[in-house]
Structures are given as structure tokens and as C-alpha cells.
Write a protein that binds this ligand. Structure first.
Ligand code: ATP
Length: 304
């Protein structure tokens, strides 16, 4: 049976005059890496604050590992790790000293967790180097290490790639993959930008103005972004027949709105137009379509 690590049911957060989250519903399945996408102010941080208990919902409810009710939620939060955008680190301390301070503060008993976590995030050999001399990527990895100290099953990273250079981005991506694939940790990773997460996420939740706009898997996203000729005619079934019988292709899809997406003959739009008109169809639209990931996101939120 699939277990959900988190579920939001009509989760709503109102600040004075602002509806930050508007009755959102979604659930996170164990073992997945979720890209939590939304532009500034979409409600990502608000959701994360509710999950981690830093703030409380105005309406609606949530469950963690199948358990709900504030007392039980608080207990389950021990199974979560969370890093917000810029981790609070002591710059004049080493990685190990920072983790030790965090361990004591959180009352985690086994000192051994520090060595293990440093290894996991690839900071074992930083020795006496203080955080002041760390690259931004190393600092982010140390921030993630802090969130990993309690050996969480569910890790939330709020904008972990913000401000990193390309090599820093790769470091964090690799780490996220390792945590998911080797440790089986479920991840919720927030970002403004879909393409940033594309290489790591297995599922996406698109948030816009406090609402869940869309939930989709990596495969569904790929499918939606695939380049194609979008054909609109007066008769989708006859269009499909003409493509099959005359152009000898079955590489197309009839969409729910009766548009036909043709995935080949992309360089031969004229042929396609001719075949359709010879079949007596009234062609009202014929265009090359397909989005980059960013285009897709902007398109979804109506930004173009
Ligand atoms: N403490 C607060 N008081 C009042 N309004 C708030 C507060 N926190 C957030 N908001 C508002 O709630 C909405 C959602 O904000 P939130 O920070 O959750 O968005 P976000 O998706 O995390 O954006 P960003 O990417 O900028 O962090 C915004 O309109 C924001 O101004």
C-alpha cells in the first residue's frame, strides 16, 4: 500500500488581509522527490511553515505519516528535517562544531550522527576549516546536514539552489538524488523555477496564488512539453483517420478538447495541411507547439 508522508485537506492560511493558502489539497507519497513550484508569494513557504509547525492553519487539516491532530502532528514532526533558504550557521566554527551545536540544541543523543551526516553530505574532509571559508555550495550542504541530523524520513528544502553557481547547483542536485535513492528519503523541494528541479524531481506540485494549480509526474510533464503540431479541425476523428491512412502515422494523440497533437512530420507542416484539406476537413488551426519547462510553467500560470 502506498503511504503518504503528508496530506493537506482544504488547508488554508489567512494573514490579515491576505489569503496566503486557499483550501489546498495534495498528498505526498513516500519515496518521491517533489518539486514544489510557484512564483514569489505563491504560498510555498507558508505551506512549509504549516507542515513544520512554525505556523498554524486558519482552516482545514493535515496529516503527517497518516496521523492528524495537533498533538500527534507534533510527535510526527520528529521524523521530518527542514532547511529554509539560508541556513543559520556559525561562521567562525567548523562544520563539525556547527553540527555539534545543533545536536545539543535539538537534544539528539547519539554523537555518532555527526560523523555519519558529514559523510553523507560530502563534508567529512573539511577538518579545521571554518564555515567563513566555505563556498556557498558547501554552506548549503552543511545546512542540509543540520536538517539531516535526526535521520528524517521526509526532508523539506526551501529554495536550496538559490544563489548557487552551476557547480554548487550540481552538488546539491547530486546530494538530493543520493538522499532519495540511497536513503529512501522523501523530499519536498521548493523553487521558483521548474527547470532547476527538473533533473531531480519525480513529481511536481504547481502552486499559484495560494492554490494548487496542477500536480503532475515527470513523465506527464515530459509529455506535455513534447514538441508537436497542434491541429484543430471540425472533426477530430476524421483528422485521425486522415493522418493514419494518408500520412501513415499513428504518432499522434487526440486531446480532450479535440485538438490533435501530431508528434512527427514536424518539418512538414505543408504536407499535413494538404492531407487534411484533401480529406475535406476544415482546418481552423495548425501550429507548432511544445514548451520548454519554463514556458510550460509560465503558460500554466497565465504569464504569457
Ligand atoms: N507573516 C506574514 N504576514 C502577512 N502576510 C504574509 C506573511 N507571510 C506570508 N505572507 C503573504 O502570504 C503570501 C504567500 O507567501 P509565501 O511566503 O508563502 O510565498 P512563497 O511561495 O514562499 O514565495 P517566495 O518564493 O517569495 O518565498 C504572500 O502574499 C505573502 O505576502
Amino acid at each position: 500500500m502506498e503511504e503518504s508522508v503528508f496530506e493537506a485537506r482544504n488547508l488554508t492560511k489567512k494573514y490579515r488581509g491576505t489569503l496566503a493558502l486557499d483550501h489546498i489539497n495534495f498528498s505526498l507519497r513516500r519515496g518521491e522527490v517533489y518539486g514544489f513550484i510557484g512564483e514569489n508569494g505563491a504560498g510555498k513557504t507558508t505551506t512549509i511553515r504549516l507542515i513544520t509547525g512554525l505556523s498554524f492553519p486558519s482552516e482545514g487539516s493535515m496529516s503527517l505519516f497518516g496521523k492528524s491532530g495537533e498533538k500527534e502532528l507534533q510527535r510526527q514532526r520528529a521524523r521530518i528535517g527542514c532547511m529554509v533558504e539560508t541556513p543559520a550557521l556559525y561562521k567562525n566554527m567548523t562544520a563539525e562544531q556547527n553540527l555539534e551545536a545543533q545536536r545539543i540544541q535539538r537534544g539528539i543523543p547519539d554523537k555518532e550522527c555527526i560523523r555519519k551526516t558529514l559523510k553523507l553530505v560530502g563534508l567529512s574532509d573539511t577538518g579545521k576549516k571554518t564555515v567563513r571559508h566555505f563556498s556557498l555550495g558547501m554552506r548549503q550542504r552543511l545546512g542540509i546536514a543540520m536538517a539531516l541530523l535526526n535521520d528524517p524520513e521526509f526532508l523539506i528544502l526551501d529554495e536550496p539552489i538559490n544563489g548557487l553557481d552551476p557547480s554548487g547547483i550540481v552538488e546539491i542536485r547530486e546530494l538530493m538524488k543520493r538522499l532519495n535513492q540511497e536513503r529512501g528519503i522523501t523530499l519536498l523541494v521548493s523553487s521558483h523555477i521548474l527547470s532547476e528541479l527538473y533533473q531531480t524531481a519525480t513529481r511536481y506540485i504547481l502552486l499559484h496564488k495560494g492554490r494548487v494549480l496542477e500536480e503532475l509526474t515527470q513523465n506527464e510533464l515530459d509529455e506535455k512539453c513534447k514538441r508537436h503540431i497542434a491541429i484543430k479541425t471540425n472533426d477530430a476523428a476524421s483528422t485521425a483517420a486522415a493522418l493514419e491512412n494518408t500520412l501513415h502515422t499513428t504518432n499522434f494523440q487526440v486531446m480532450p478538447d479535440n485538438t490533435v497533437r501530431l508528434y512527427d512530420h514536424l518539418d512538414n507542416m505543408e504536407d499535413v495541411a494538404r492531407v487534411l484539406s484533401q480529406a475535406g476537413l476544415l482546418v481552423t488551426g495548425l501550429s507548432l507547439a511544445g514548451d520548454s519547462l519554463e514556458d510550460y510553467f509560465l503558460h500554466k500560470i497565465g504569464g504569457r
